[in-house]
Design a protein around this ligand. Structure first.
Ligand code: HXC
Length: 257
């Protein structure tokens, strides 16, 4: 797939997307947002792809939405173009999306990482919501997803001061799943994605959907939802195959993957 601001390639059953605006610290301009959405939607709709990895460079995952592109926008522009809605479509991907973050993940870059299903960080990763220093605030979910990930105290502090969080603090706070040496971050995310891609695609999609429900609803509703999705899994051939394979002491051969 040929793009100007990202690289997108299939590696086996994993779609790998690399943000590629090195001169601008991978700042998220409108073109990049559209290209990223296009690549994610193509991978999401490709039956041969089981998971997606998004990464940046060693210096920057992404240093935010492109400030130079944004600075002259007026209220009517952002309102009428629904400036941020492109990211809703990105976040609607049904297949797992893993962020492999090294360097800066700031502003919209941190928000992009949080829109992914989980983050694997390199030791150099720095997370932050510095929008307050620009006279604005996070707008692609930063105030909401960060609060759900790390709680009120640290979210308030980060959003109100703009301070950066190290990879180690991000791991201990629950923002990232795992920290690995910088040079291993893509390889590690790829290997996790490859493992996910070995499983039944419907089971994976349903599991992601059920976990996400936890952030949308009450415990009682979430448990009801989980149960009904779980029951529906017994209609999958892959449930029969997975359990038969266990009983027969062999590897499963999932039909839907
Ligand atoms: C546009 C950016 C950019 C950004 C960096 N650059 N971040 N351009 N938008 N968000 C550009 C710089 O202007 C510079 O271009 C080049 O990338 C290298 O950056 P430097 O600042 O020279 O590098 P360094 O000194 O190493 O500092 C790195 C940095 C700093 C700490 C990441 O660039 C920085 O603070 N960036 C802005 C971070 C930020 O405020 N993000 C939030 C954006 S608002 P030139 O041409 O000078 O070489 C946001 C809002 C989302 O995301 C809300 C919803 C829309």
């Amino acid at each position: 797939m040929a793009y100007e601001t990202i690289l997108a390639e299939k590696r086996g059953e994993v779609g790998l997307i690399t943000l590629n605006r090195p001169k601008a610290m991978n700042a998220l301009n409108a073109e990049l947002a559209q290209e990223l959405l296009d690549a994610v939607q193509k991978f999401d709709g490709d039956n041969n792809i089981g998971a997606i990895v998004i990464t940046g460079s060693e210096k920057a995952f992404a240093a935010g939405v492109d400030i130079k592109e944004m600075q002259s926008l007026e209220y009517v522009d952002v309102l009428m173009n629904d400036f941020i809605s492109v990211w809703d479509r990105f976040a609607a991907s049904r297949k797992p999306v893993i962020a492999a973050v090294a360097g800066y993940a700031l502003g919209g870059g941190c928000e992009l990482a949080m829109m992914c299903d989980f983050i694997i960080a390199g030791e150099s990763a720095k997370f932050g919501q510095p929008e307050i220093t620009l006279g604005v605030m996070p707008g692609i979910g930063g105030t909401q997803r960060l609060a759900r990930a790390i709680g009120k105290a640290k979210t308030m502090e980060m959003c109100l001061t703009g301070r950066h969080m190290t990879a180690a603090e991000a791991e201990s706070s629950g923002l990232v799943a795992r920290v690995v040496p910088d040079h291993d971050v893509v390889e590690e995310a790829m290997s996790v994605a490859e493992r996910i891609a070995t499983f039944s695609r419907p089971s994976v999609i349903m599991t992601k959907d059920a976990v996400n429900r936890a952030f949308e609803t009450t415990l009682a509703e979430g448990l009801r939802y989980e149960r009904s999705v779980f029951y529906s899994m017994f209609a999958l051939e892959d449930q029969k195959e997975g359990m038969a394979a266990f009983a027969e002491k062999r590897s499963p051969n999932f039909k839907n993957r």
